[in-house]
Each structure stands twice: as structure tokens, then as C-alpha cells.
Design a binder for this molecule. Structure first.
Ligand SMILES: Nc1ncnc2c1ncn2[C@@H]1O[C@H](COP(=O)(O)OP(=O)(O)OP(=O)(O)O)[C@@H](O)[C@H]1O
Ligand SMILES: C[C@H](N)[C@H](N)CCCCCC(=O)O
Ligand SMILES: [Mg+2]
Length: 227
């Protein structure tokens, strides 16, 4: 099974948007793929259970179906930092619990498992651990979604440097145009291409209606998809 962890330069960088597009790309190529959202904050009651919109979107885009709790084992109502939401709910989250939950989603007979993080890269899960500790423990290859807006150069470069400092493999980055009217979009894209230490995998243009990925060959190679 091919596994990837999708992180972003910040909350709202477009991790869910891009992960959903990747799942749809895999579906077009008849691949068995599932999305996973281990940790979500910002959820609503539906049919007597808390559900999060990111997890539901990943479920809609996947070709392999699973029960809600399998796709999103930890979910909290308030749209705040998840470790604070967990503390308020009296729930402990740690690397061991994330690893145990991950075993269940790995049993769902998918060939591709795309895990969406929460917030940006340095997301605390408790007083001492970060979500990236779990990513490192699982040895998950990372895809960095850069939300293209003013300030993203700093966020992208710091995120890349930290991923590398942990010895984690980042297979590349995806430029996601979250700001339709970003000044000097192309110059910013070029600045990132010149500086990020891993290849660009795709560009996700601004689109509310029919979102599409402009795909680079490296992405297809990493997903083992024939063009
Ligand atoms: N390429 C795009 N074109 C248009 N709208 C976009 C694009 N990418 C993301 N958006 C919109 O921006 C918002 C944030 O995107 P998204 O929910 O994917 O971010 P996220 O990184 O998953 O955030 P979170 O940290 O909450 O998980 C959403 O309303 C989404 O529809
Ligand atoms: C509520 C939001 N949409 C996300 N689910 C959680 C974002 C956490 C950000 C934590 C932080 O870096 O400050
Ligand atoms: Mg999301």
C-alpha cells in the first residue's frame, strides 16, 4: 500500500481541497484509494455523532469506503487547535493512540492511503508531542500543500526546513491557489520552485466550481500512475 501524509503551510492552505483532488485522480485511474483525517476540530452533530466536513469530503472522494469513525477517529466540536479541544473534552491524544487508530484504516483494503493533517506542520497533539512525531514514527512520505498567498514563502520554507531537519521524506509540494487575486502569483511560484528543496508535484488553480490539478510527471511517478 502507498501511504502519504498531506500537510500544509497553514490551516486553510487547501489540504482537504488538494487531498480530495488526489483521491479523484486515483479514482480516474481505477485505483483503490481512501482518505484519512486522524484529528479534526470543527465538527457538527449529525445522526447522533460528531462529524467533520474534511473527513466527509475525503469519504466522498474515495473509492474505498469505510465507517466514519475509521476515517476520522478523533473529532472535536469547536473549530480550535485540536489539542486544546481534546483537553476541553477530557480526551488524551498521543502518538501511540494515533498509531493504534491508523492500524484500523490500513485494514480497509485500499492500495492508497492519503492522510490529511490538521492546521500546519507543527501541530501540537498534547503538551509534549506534535503530529509530526506520529508522521515520523510511521515513516510516512509527506506532500506539502502551499496555500499561495502573501506570506507563503516564509511558511513554505520554514516548513520544508523543519521536515528535512527531522529526516522525514517529503516527496514534493503542490501550489494551491487559494487567493484568486494574489499579486505576483507567478513570481511567487517561481521563487518557491527555486528555493524549496523538493520538486513541485502539481498546481491547483483557483476554482470554486470545477477544481482541477495541473499535474507534473513526478506526481504520477510517485503515485505509480501511467500518464
Ligand atoms: N484551489 C482552490 N480554489 C478555490 N478555493 C479553494 C482552493 N483551495 C482551497 N479552497 C477553499 O479554501 C478553503 C480552505 O481550504 P481547505 O479546507 O482545503 O483547507 P485545509 O488546509 O484543509 O484547512 P484545515 O486546516 O481546516 O484542514 C475552503 O473553503 C476551500 O474550498
Ligand atoms: C479549526 C481549523 N479549521 C483546523 N481544523 C485546526 C487548525 C489548528 C491550528 C493550530 C495552530 O497552528 O494554531
Ligand atoms: Mg482540511
Amino acid at each position: 500500500m502507498k501511504e502519504f501524509f498531506i500537510t500544509g503551510t497553514d490551516t486553510d492552505a487547501g489540504k482537504t481541497h488538494v487531498t480530495s483532488l488526489l483521491l479523484k485522480l486515483l479514482a480516474q485511474h481505477k485505483k483503490k484509494a481512501i482518505g484519512y483525517k486522524p484529528l479534526a476540530a470543527g465538527s457538527e452533530m449529525a445522526f447522533d455523532q460528531l462529524v467533520n466536513a474534511d473527513a466527509l469530503m475525503l469519504m466522498e472522494s474515495a473509492t474505498v469506503s469505510a465507517k466514519y469513525d475509521v476515517v476520522n477517529p478523533f473529532t472535536f466540536a469547536p473549530p480550535i487547535a485540536p489539542h486544546i479541544a481534546a483537553e476541553q473534552a477530557g480526551v488524551t491524544i498521543n502518538v501511540n493512540k494515533l498509531t493504534a487508530a491508523y492500524k484500523t484504516v490500513k485494514q480497509q483494503c485500499a492500495d492508497y492511503l492519503l492522510t490529511e493533517g490538521a492546521g500546519g506542520w507543527a501541530l501540537p497533539i498534547n503538551n509534549t508531542e506534535y503530529l509530526y512525531d506520529w508522521v515520523k514514527a510511521e515513516k510516512l512520505p509527506v506532500i506539502l500543500v502551499v496555500g499561495m498567498k502573501l506570506g507563503c514563502l516564509n511558511h513554505a520554507l520554514l516548513t520544508a526546513a523543519h521536515i528535512q531537519s527531522l529526516g522525514i521524506n517529503c516527496i514534493g509540494w503542490i501550489a494551491n491557489q487559494v487567493d484568486e487575486h494574489m499579486d505576483e502569483y507567478q513570481a511567487n511560484l517561481d521563487s518557491l520552485k527555486a528555493r524549496l528543496p523538493f520538486p513541485i508535484l502539481a498546481i491547483s488553480p483557483y476554482s470554486e466550481q470545477t477544481p482541477k490539478l495541473q499535474i507534473y510527471k513526478t506526481l504520477l511517478e510517485n503515485l505509480s500512475i501511467n500518464p
